[in-house]
Design a binder for this molecule. Structure first.
Ligand code: ATP
Ligand code: MG
Length: 231
């Protein structure tokens, strides 16, 4: 469904991503692991149109989207939850969710009900200004806002970053629920332990390139490999 091949992305003379290929099949939860600066966020930004131009091919359901600007990529069915959440602080929870209507995919009330079912905490705080939410709640809101576009593939950039362990568990449980509901997900993480437990397939990046891939079980079995690439 999402198929990336030969992707290269740079910042001037810095090659942040080099010749990267990966796939996210229908209904799959696929992750990209890597240490700081490995190129994970650049990969997601290159896929979702926030980084342009890129070399290589990004195909969604057979259509090339690697040349489209970000707003057209959202309409094509990809939603990106960026590193650091980026909720619109002065707006309420509900107003943040409504922002996604420009993508015009699906019924707004129905999608909002789905978001609130997944994150009851957001329903309780729907009239709260988003800037006053905790980090975990902001992460839930950022995921909810992406869900509002009914994406064919959901891109998540380090959703566990900066959260307390109990909150990380909650966020990961929500990701597992979405996966069970059939949502295709590409998850970027540094937290290998939890991620390898829940994903169908994983890629490991180092200095802009893929250095390993396999099922969660396969990669977990090779602890020395992960230690070498993730630290
Ligand atoms: N705006 C930028 N300008 C120049 N170089 C950048 C920029 N953003 C990232 N880079 C460089 O590109 C490389 C990949 O960065 P990227 O942010 O994609 O890594 P990452 O795996 O997401 O790291 P982290 O785990 O810290 O989020 C790094 O060497 C980084 O310093
Ligand atoms: Mg990053």
């Amino acid at each position: 469904m999402l198929s990336v091949s030969g992707l290269c992305a740079s910042y001037g003379a810095i090659n942040a991503v080099t010749d990267l290929s990966l796939e996210v099949g229908e209904g799959r939860l696929v992750c990209v692991l890597g240490a700081n600066g490995a190129g994970k966020s650049t990969t997601l930004r290159a896929i979702s149109g926030l980084h342009r131009p890129v070399v290589g091919s990004v195909r969604l359901g057979g259509a090339e989207i690697g040349t489209l600007p970000a707003h057209r990529v959202v309409r094509a069915g990809l939603a990106h939850v960026p590193e650091g959440r980026m909720v619109v602080a002065p707006l309420t929870v509900e107003e943040n969710l409504r922002l996604s209507r420009y993508a015009r995919r699906g019924d707004e009330a129905e999608m909002m009900a789905r978001v609130y079912a997944l994150f009851p905490r957001l329903a309780e705080r729907r009239r709260q200004v988003s800037g006053l939410l905790s980090g975990g709640e902001q992460q839930m809101l950022a995921i909810g806002r992406a869900m509002m576009t009914q994406p064919r593939v959901l891109l998540l950039d380090e959703p566990s970053m900066g959260l307390a362990p109990a909150i990380i568990d909650q966020v990961f449980r929500a990701i597992v629920t979405l996966h069970k509901q059939g949502q295709s997900i590409l998850l970027v993480e540094q937290n290998a332990e939890i991620t390898l437990e829940i994903c169908d397939y994983a890629y490991v990046m180092r200095r802009g390139s893929l250095v390993a891939q396999g099922t969660g079980a396969e990669l977990r079995a090779d602890a020395s490999l992960l230690e070498a690439y993730l630290s």
